[in-house]
Design a protein around this ligand. Structure first.
Ligand code: NG6
Ligand code: CA
Length: 505
């Protein structure tokens, strides 16, 4: 009896509060907005995790997201390299609409227009606190950045309230972390200089000083040496600010965990962009040997552990039931991407691309088809979806969830699909790899004739070039072994027309 009375009493009080103040109403609305986290891997292939068929490498924490959420088997990054894919996920726009959306040096200017709508801006408008921790690779400043001053525009000018980033890639200078436009740990008496065309006098390089190297370069990667690793680009100074490669994963994890704890009262968005398994692969000593596949496998195991710890933080903070997690990768896998790190020699029976053809840089499926998972404890029922979805679609889908009017130019609202309530995907998707395009429509992929070598020999990847037009039926030929263009003129013509309509030629 007492119990019932107190329930009625509490009920009356809450009705009173929610009706009596405008602020109270807003609070209730705000609190129903889920946190949103994108966990974004760098170069993780379709076959690199257990839930997508890997047997030689153990990824229990990534797999738990797949088995507890929606696992997409036809999920795509926009592109087969990093910068364009990151541009697309944050803007909902095909990267080939922006001529600058290609692999950028560490000194490149910001390629997202600060006037452009972005996913984090859309979320800011909806009352979210927004943050990025990890790899950026979308350019900074307006050219000729002075790394010793406030670096702008950057993530904070395109929608992130908080940013803790590495500027480009782990193999490119400057090898420092940047927090909200300021190099972390910089000693003003030891300024940083960065140049991508010429070295600074007297500074050692990978090319001239092999005796200083702890990791050897295979192709490219023979400029400045940091922590014994030769990089792309030249850098001088900034000693106290230089990152420790073997601690990078732990460092980003700590920042991501702190961010969650600090903003647990807000609805928050976190773009947690891990650096693994991109080169240079530098597992922390406690993960060395953990996979049996050499450093590439070890950093995947390391990343998996980080993800497990991160999810634990959400759980311990009581946030897991109120957080939509999206897990994916920016492009497909590569073994030798420029260093002698035994990735090829120790790969054994592992198949980083799973059943797909090609890899990073490729217009074949393995370039862009990647692990893609949506997870929301208690809200998304576990399942597997073969609907075609792209990272480009996250913007309009998340926008739809929040009743935002903001849209990305090429983004489709697939909210129901991402939440596992529908199996309706995109009808068509333009795929991009190093500036070349292809079209997927239904089960077919059409690759227009492209000039150039069929394979990049240094990385040993077939990139999809052929003087003949190619057509594949992925339903019967997921490995893209049979070009059926000649036998299917009707399908081919329809695809050529669609392709030209979309790309506007
Ligand atoms: C290439 C690098 C490669 C990697 C890639 C970017 C050479 C020879 N190769 O130019 O190692 O850094 O750029 O990768 O320099 S991505 O995942 O960020 O797109
Ligand atoms: Ca990448």
């Amino acid at each position: 009896m007492i119990k019932i009375q107190s329930i009625i009493f509490i009920g009356l009080i809450s009705v009173f509060f929610s009706c009596s103040s405008k602020q109270g109403e807003e609070k209730i609305a705000e609190s129903s907005k889920p946190n949103i986290v994108i966990i974004y891997m760098d170069d993780l292939g379709y076959g690199d995790m257990g839930a997508y068929g890997a047997t030689e490498i153990k990824t229990p924490n990534m797999d738990a997201l797949a088995t507890g959420g929606m696992k997409f088997t036809n999920g795509y990054a926009s592109s087969a390299t990093c910068t364009p894919s990151r541009y697309a996920i944050l803007t909902g726009t095909y990267p080939w609409r922006n001529k600058d959306a290609k692999i950028l040096p560490g000194t490149a200017p910001l390629i997202i227009d600060t006037a452009q709508m972005t996913l984090p801006k859309l979320l800011q408008e909806q009352g979210y606190y927004t943050g990025i921790v990890g790899k950026w690779h979308l350019g900074l400043g307006r050219g000729n950045v002075d790394w010793n001053k406030h670096i702008s525009p950057g993530p904070n000018e395109v929608g992130f309230d908080y940013s803790y980033i590495l500027a480009a890639t782990q193999d490119r200078v400057p090898t420092v972390y940047i927090q909200d436009g300021k190099v972390d740990g910089l000693d003003p008496n030891d300024p940083i200089l960065v140049d991508y065309s010429k070295n600074f006098e007297g500074e050692p390089t990978g090319k001239e000083n092999p005796e200083l190297l702890t990791m050897k370069w295979h192709h490219g990667h023979n400029n400045s040496i940091v922590n014994g690793i030769p990089r792309i680009g030249f850098m001088k100074g900034g000693e106290s600010a230089k990152w420790s490669d073997v601690d990078m994963a732990d460092h980003f994890l700590e920042k991501a965990q702190a961010y969650v704890k600090e903003h647990k009262e807000d609805p928050f968005f976190l773009y947690y962009a891990l650096q693994q398994p991109h080169v240079p692969r530098t597992p922390n000593p406690r993960f060395v040997g953990s996979s049996g596949l050499g450093p590439r496998g070890d950093v995947i195991v390391e990343a998996d552990w980080m993800i497990g710890e991160f999810i634990k933080t959400l759980e311990n903070e009581g946030l897991l039931e109120n957080t939509l997690i999206i897990f994916s990768s920016d492009n497909g896998p590569v073994l030798n991407d420029g260093y002698y790190d035994n990735a090829v020699e120790m790969n054994g029976n592992h198949t980083p691309a799973g059943p797909l053809r090609g890899g990073k840089y490729s217009l074949f499926e393995a370039g862009t088809r990647v692990p893609f998972i949506t997870y929301w404890k208690g809200k998304i029922q576990p399942g597997v979806s073969d609907a075609m979805v792209s990272q480009i679609d996250l913007m309009n889908s998340i926008g739809a969830m929040l009743n935002s009017d903001q849209k990305g130019e090429d983004s489709e609202n697939l909210l129901e699909t991402f939440l596992g309530k529908s199996n309706q995907g995109r009808e068509e998707l333009v795929l991009e790899a190093t500036g070349r395009l292809a079209l997927r429509k239904g089960d077919y992929v059409m690759i227009p004739p492209h000039k150039g070598a069929a394979k990049i020999s240094t990385v040993n990847i077939e990139i999809g070039n052929d003087p003949e037009i190619q057509l594949y039926d992925l339903k019967s030929d997921i490995g893209q072994q049979n070009n059926i263009a000649k036998d299917n003129p009707e399908v081919l013509n329809e695809m050529i027309q669609d392709y030209e309509r979309i790309i506007g030629t």
